[in-house]
Design a protein around this ligand. Structure first.
Ligand SMILES: C[S@@+](CC[C@H](N)C(=O)[O-])C[C@H]1O[C@@H](n2cnc3c(N)ncnc32)[C@H](O)[C@@H]1O
Ligand SMILES: [Zn+2]
Length: 338
């Protein structure tokens, strides 16, 4: 088990401490210490030295599926073909992630000399998130519902098996659309973050279904702000604009007509130039039609109110005044609205 994890893991069901018995039984490696908890009897497995701390009774991941988790990881890696790389190269603008990662890291390092960042849904390294993994001063704990080289912890974001206030930052990129209860996941992120801890989230708005059965929600800029209402906003904006949305729409139109992923991908590549139109859009106009949204915030004891969230939309694309930002959660900063 990752040494940092050993000190902060807990039972995902009852939040009691977990222990590793000297003599594990039934092939399970970790047990809840609360005698009234189911997991004191049934325990949790380890997969390739990573704890699988999932409350199987309340997760889309079953105990039986854990044995197959390695296969899932293999299948996902096989998806990275040359065609996929070319498609991404042509149709995907760099977006704001790399710059946001730098701000996130700088803020996280102000909180501790030895900061710990939890990545939720980190089975693959997010587009533009490389800096997070390359920073020698930050300990990154990767978690996902399956184990692979990027994940040290197998966990479900609805019940993060970590102690309260145990990490300095949480990175959650392209994941909240795949969870059944995004508001619950956001509350869990708030719980595991230290005082003034940082969250960075990227979530789709105008995107078609991806990952099939595991795709449940989309968020407007305001909806995303409300999701993170327990946080002060440092920055927020869109990942890509309506030009990118057009490319995706063409891809899915052709895919639906010909019932062919390949035909859709080829059509999208022919229209790669539409993504440059994103640079012409700005402010609330781009927020209304964005491909995805991002939020960078700091854990707060105060929450955004019902009136504040209406004012938030009115201010999208407007410059943020310091006091407005703290009371109304700020606005989409113009430099990031493309
Ligand atoms: C679209 S992928 C994004 C992966 C990575 N963050 C990236 O940007 O490349 C969504 C990820 O969320 C994970 N996921 C789905 N449901 C989850 C849950 N309940 N808890 C944690 N992760 C989950 C998936 O296994 C998958 O790795
Ligand atoms: Zn328990």
């Amino acid at each position: 088990m990752h040494p940092v994890l050993a000190d902060i893991v807990q039972c995902p069901k009852c939040q009691s401490a977990v222990i590793t018995p000297d003599d594990p039984f039934d092939g399970q490696a970790l047990f809840c210490t609360n005698p009234d908890c189911t997991y004191a009897r049934t325990g949790f497995p380890m997969v390739a030295n990573a704890p699988v701390l999932i409350d199987f009774e309340q997760s889309v991941v079953s105990r039986g599926a854990v044995a197959d988790l390695g296969h899932v990881a293999e299948r996902r890696r096989a998806d990275n073909t040359l065609a996929r790389w070319l498609y991404n190269f042509l149709t995907r603008s760099p977006g704001p992630t790399a710059a946001n990662a730098r701000t996130f890291l700088a803020e996280v390092k102000k909180l501790s000399n030895d900061p710990v960042v939890l990545v939720v849904g980190g089975g693959s390294i997010g587009f533009g998130a490389e800096a997070l993994y390359n920073d020698p001063d930050v300990t990154v704990i990767g978690s996902d519902i399956y184990r692979n080289g990027n994940t040290d912890l197998v966990a479900d974001g609805h019940r993060i098996p970590l102690a309260d206030k145990s990490v300095h930052g949480v990175w959650i990129q392209a994941v909240l659309e795949h969870v059944l209860e995004p508001h619950r996941v956001a509350r869990e992120i708030h719980r595991v973050l230290a005082e003034r801890g940082l969250v960075y989230a990227e979530t789709p708005f105008m995107q078609q279904v991806h990952e099939g059965a595991h795709d449940f929600s989309r968020f407007t800029a305001s909806g995303h702000r409300w999701l993170f209402r327990g946080f002060d906003q440092i920055d927020a904006g869109v990942t890509r604009g309506p030009g990118t949305v057009m490319i995706w729409s063409i891809r899915h139109l052709v895919r639906a007509i010909f019932r062919s992923n390949k035909a859709g991908t080829a059509a999208a590549m022919a229209f790669f130039w539409l993504r440059y139109l994103d640079y012409l859009a700005d402010g609330r106009y781009v927020a209304d039609s964005a491909s995805g949204v991002f939020f960078l915030g700091r854990r707060s004891r105060r929450a955004v109110g019902h009136g504040d969230i209406i004012a938030y939309y009115e201010n999208l694309g407007q410059p943020v005044e310091a006091d407005r930002a703290s009371h109304h959660g700020g606005a989409l900063s113009p430099q990031h609205s493309r």
